[in-house]
Ligand binder design. Structure first.
Ligand code: BV8
Ligand code: ZN
Length: 229
């Protein structure tokens, strides 16, 4: 299962590109790829924290939706199941998914710029910005993969390995434009998987799918569960 921002759209989280009711393209006149970038982190860490705190503020009142809950139940229905997400909103875990491969990190975790230890940073707005590392007291950054940064060690490799052995690969709520995540459906298809897309609209990766179910994740995914009995 590969999910993107669209799986959280029915929880009220804005998507980045299309299909959702609300989109988050720019903030203070800057585009997300500029705000969530390694360059901006180096140039203006305070602004990056303000940008993330602005988005964390939207997440404090939202709940997982039936799509998240369906995926959490599927985890126990298949002996070999992998949930890979591009999302940083932690909603899969909030819905009960136990093993989530978070390709792009988690907005509720911070990582120390000095000793690299990570810690929960859930108060929003932050009492102190940047938050102080619990281990060494140094300044910390969001534990999120910014554009131009490498994904966390081992996570993508495990995701790629799961995609390569999948019989069935779902791509749910993703526009498929961000790499290397967008390479996973290609890996699955090249190896052995039947690929199913769930999205209210066709995407740049619909050509990879054996079939696209044009619908909302929160409505479609629970149906699959019912059908599977
Ligand atoms: C790296 C955390 C290498 C931050 C994110 C040119 C070509 C190819 C690649 C590149 C390029 N230029 C640069 C790159 C690389 C770049 C990239 O891919 N850029 C893109 C924009 C072209 N990638 C990177 O930088 C990655 N790192 O490559 O490092 C490297 C090598 C050497 C040295 C150093 C580095 C890092 C990428 C990670 C970036 N971080 N997130 C933050 O959140 O602020 S990515 C960001 O986009 C989010 O995580 C988001 O999840 C992700 C992808 O978007 P989607 O999830 O697909 O969401 P989107 O809104 O696009 O689509 C939503 C879909 O849902 C739509 O289709 C919609 O129709 C659908 N939908 C709506 N409602 C519903 C629904 N579906 C179902 N149900 C609904 N109800
Ligand atoms: Zn530290």
């Amino acid at each position: 299962m590969l999910t993107g921002a669209g799986v959280s759209a029915e929880s009220g989280v804005p998507t980045f590109r299309g299909g959702g009711d609300t989109e988050i393209w720019t903030w203070r006149g800057k585009h997300i790829t500029e705000l969530s970038s390694a360059e901006m982190m180096a140039a203006d860490p305070k602004l990056v924290w303000e940008w993330f705190d602005y988005r964390r503020g939207m997440l404090t009142t939202i709940e997982p939706n039936p799509g998240h809950f369906a995926l959490a139940r599927w985890e126990h229905r298949f002996e070999d199941f992998a949930l890979i997400t591009q999302n940083i909103d932690d909603l899969h875990r909030a819905a009960g998914s136990m093993n989530v491969l978070e390709l792009h990190g988690n907005t509720w975790r911070a990582r120390c710029l000095g000793c690299a230890s990570t810690f929960e940073a859930r108060e929003c707005p932050l009492e102190e910005s940047p938050p102080r590392c619990l281990a060494c007291g140094g300044p910390a950054r969001p534990d999120v993969v910014l554009f131009g940064e490498l994904l966390p060690d081992g996570v993508f490799e495990r995701a790629e390995e799961a995609a390569g052995r999948a019989d069935l690969f779902f791509m749910i709520g993703t526009s498929g434009v961000v790499f290397p995540a967008a390479g996973l459906p290609r890996t699955a298809k090249r190896k052995r998987a039947r690929v199913i897309e769930v999205n209210p609209e066709m995407t740049d990766i619909s050509f990879i799918a054996d079939f696209t179910i044009l619908g909302k994740a929160g409505e479609v995914l629970p149906q699959f569960l019912k059908a599977r009995g």
